[in-house]
Design a protein around this ligand. Sequence first.
Ligand SMILES: Cc1cc2nc3c(=O)[nH]c(=O)nc-3n(C[C@H](O)[C@H](O)[C@H](O)COP(=O)(O)O)c2cc1C
Length: 335
Amino acid sequence: MDLTTSYLGLRLESPLMPGASPLVDDMDMVKRLEDAGASAIVMHSLFEEQITGERLATIYHMELYADSYAEALSYFPHGDDFRLGPDQYLEQIRKIKKATNIPVIGSLNGTTPGGWTKYARLIQEAGADALELNTYLIATDPQESGDLIEKRTVELCREVSRSIEIPVSVKVSPFFTSLAHFAMQLDGAGLDGMVLFNRFYQPDVDIESLEARPTLKLSDSSELLLRLRWLAILSRQLSCDLAVSGGVHTAEDAIKSIMTGASAVQMVSALLALGPEHLLVVREAMTQWMEENGYDSVRQMQGSMALNRCPDPHAFERANYMRTLATWSANNDVK
Ligand SMILES: Cc1cc2nc3c(=O)[nH]c(=O)nc-3n(C[C@H](O)[C@H](O)[C@H](O)COP(=O)(O)O)c2cc1C
């Protein structure tokens, strides 16, 4: 069975890879991932705040002296909470490159335009084969319009793509008013790929201590549906490659993602819960399914359920919406 795929100009043995997570901070884990058939290693994000150590130090200094800042600043993790400091992060890329035969995709989460490009170059110099830009952002400023945020993100991607030679992808969130329009602008900014989607973590509130409580729940397959919709809508309209991230746990999830147009399938929650070897389980089950259903290659399957450039996507979505609502009355009795 030919599972090969092309993602960010890299020829990969299969679409299956770990998504950005601290799994790869540990070399034993990296080896286990390679042995389980990971076709690439995606690093967790290097955060600009980690590099500008002074800034973090300032934050903690302020925290000591100004109670009014304490609440906002307490959201920042202490320097020690990052498993790899910036130098170790770059060193880890070098180590993984040396110890494995698979491409390494760096990941960066910057805060300033200069920071994004400077650290992108450092990640390239460390030997990364590609770079994923993690644009995790909650728009909290009421003065800042969606248009402004989109333009800034597109410009940032253009700048980073221009400033390094390795392929660049961007990991985006689904929360844009016109995601198709935004994706098209990103596609025109020189990017090689897009990762759908970033997963937003939603802090709970503690009603006794009156504090926000960070919560990190692992995903399940239901989160994939949002990704499938957008893969299907975007994959035929964009020229860059698409990767799925969010809700891939089984071979069926991976197959659906490929059929709707993903070139790469990233998994995190499933590997954190079940270990790196789960990649092999998914790979074997996917191969078996493909054999049983008459497929010879991933390429043959890829995009087979993507929407063709629809003459009226609005009407298509409306029809789907109405059909979905109608399934309830047709199938269910109200108790
Ligand atoms: C513990 C943990 C750490 C993560 N760290 C990063 C990160 O550094 N950068 C990033 O872009 N995504 C990060 N993610 C998000 C994952 O890459 C992924 O997008 C998300 O978990 C959804 O995929 P899943 O459903 O397979 O878990 C992290 C997720 C987890 C659970």
